[in-house]
Design a protein. Structure first.
Length: 272
């Protein structure tokens, strides 16, 4: 008889003289069966390769769409040096006393919708108030890609000694030191570009508030509350009370006040 070795793809002749008369039809049947078996094995291998490739693509897509998830945030913290925005409790005398914390890029998105889609695609959570103001006409994105130099300061550093200070007072004092409010776009852009944020850190974005559809003024907060990276909204009223240990993200002014100017302004605030 003639049998088929499907791996090698050739005939191995094993016969006896008494079986020679049956060899031709039997060999044809075995040939067909062998070819079918060989094709089946090839198809199986192709399917296995395809499934492996598909699994790799799914894993890559899952990783790409979950960069804000807790597991990936922890991996980023282990891989990259964390840019923790720890603010000192020591009052500052000049903007030069505060080191640049982070430089980020803004712009690069054709419109706010593209920016919101990027947040969604990365798995970054967006709170209800934040999502609402990102959809408001007052929220705009830069038409050109530029870099923004950011600093992080607390109201305590700005000289406040009480437990709380109003948002308007914090903004006014920061301007006296030469810090500036940032564009609203900095909030979501920082969320996208700050993937190794430590757990428990909440950074208030020093920005002009944007009103919700009901007229409530809201500012943004970039946070890691433990369940993943998130962008949330908070009270942006001028009279809103802010704990003086809170940390604000301001932009470094292109023209910082001199030490003499700061001393004069601080002296003017002291009681007679």
């Amino acid at each position: 008889m003639l049998s088929i070795d499907p791996e090698a793809g050739f005939f191995a002749e094993r016969y006896r003289k008494s079986d020679f008369a049956m060899s031709i039809p039997t060999s044809r049947a075995n040939c067909r069966a062998g070819n079918d078996h060989l094709n089946a094995r090839r198809l199986s291998r192709c399917l296995m390769v395809s499934m492996s490739c598909a699994a790799c693509l799914v894993q890559f897509a899952s990783t790409a769409s979950a960069q804000c998830a807790p597991r990936n945030v922890l991996r980023n913290q282990l891989t990259f040096k964390m840019h923790s925005a720890q603010a000192s409790r020591q009052p500052i005398k000049s903007a030069r006393d505060v080191a640049t914390w982070k430089t980020i890029a803004i712009g690069g998105f054709a419109n706010p919708i593209r920016l919101r889609n990027e947040l969604h695609g990365m798995g970054c959570n967006v709170g209800g108030q934040a999502a609402e103001i990102l959809a408001r006409p007052a929220f705009t994105v830069s038409s050109q890609k530029t870099e923004v130099e950011l600093v992080v300061v607390s109201p305590v550093q700005l000289g406040f000694t009480s437990d709380t200070a109003t948002l308007a007072d914090v903004y006014a004092r920061a301007r006296e030191f030469g810090f500036e409010l940032v564009a609203a776009e900095v909030g979501p852009q920082l969320r996208i570009q700050y993937l190794d944020q430590p757990m428990g850190e909440f950074l208030i974005i020093a920005m002009e508030p944007i009103k919700t559809w009901s007229g409530e003024p809201i500012i943004l907060n970039v946070a890691n509350g433990g369940a993943g990276l998130i962008l949330i909204g908070q009270d942006g009223r001028a009279e809103a009370g802010i704990p003086t240990t809170s940390r604000f993200v301001f932009a470094r002014s292109r023209r910082s006040l001199s030490t003499t100017e700061v001393v004069k302004q601080v002296a003017a605030r002291l009681p007679p």
